[in-house]
Design a protein around this ligand. Structure first.
Ligand code: HEC
Length: 128
């Protein structure tokens, strides 16, 4: 693990522990890289500041770990793009690939939903 990912590694370690569907044998490097990117973005763009470093929730920001809302990737992508209530929108600040990585981290890393989405999926939600 490269040093710049050390913060993400801590979050990812928690995520791995919480996600039985995630392979930890290194067989799928692409998935691990996507989750590491998503974890880094989650920690740095503001999600963790409101929802907690491991998505455990804090104050009015609901827990994202073990949250049934995350079953739908479209709902999670739309929430990040548009915000809602006290949550600001991130659609202008983040491109589709970055949002996809965050969606994948929240869904797989924090909730064990193994069906990953990509930037093209986010573009459709953004356009819709
Ligand atoms: C300023 C605080 C704040 C930030 C930053 C923030 N959120 Fe939220 N988020 C909230 C609040 C408050 C809610 C619940 C209010 C609502 O949805 O109307 C929420 C709701 C959500 C929900 C829906 C949960 C549910 O059960 O309905 C998801 C998913 C989510 N946030 C993900 C994220 C992600 C991913 C990021 C980073 C890109 C992020 N949030 C950044 C405060 C924040």
């Amino acid at each position: 693990m490269r040093p710049r990912l050390s913060v993400a590694a801590g979050v990812l370690a928690l995520a791995v522990a919480a996600a039985p569907a995630l392979s930890t044998d290194g067989a799928d490097d692409a998935i691990e890289a996507e989750l590491a990117l998503g974890a880094t973005l989650f920690a740095t763009v503001g999600c963790a500041g409101c929802h907690g470093a491991a998505g455990e929730g804090a104050g009015i920001a609901p827990a994202l770990a073990g949250n049934a809302f995350t079953v739908s990737p479209g709902n999670v992508a739309a929430q990040i793009l548009e915000g809602d209530g006290a949550m600001p929108p991130f659609g202008r600040a983040l491109d589709d690939a970055a949002i996809a990585a965050i969606v994948n981290f929240v869904r797989l890393g924090l909730n064990g939903h193994a069906d990953l989405i990509d930037a093209g999926f986010v573009a459709i939600i953004r356009g819709g």
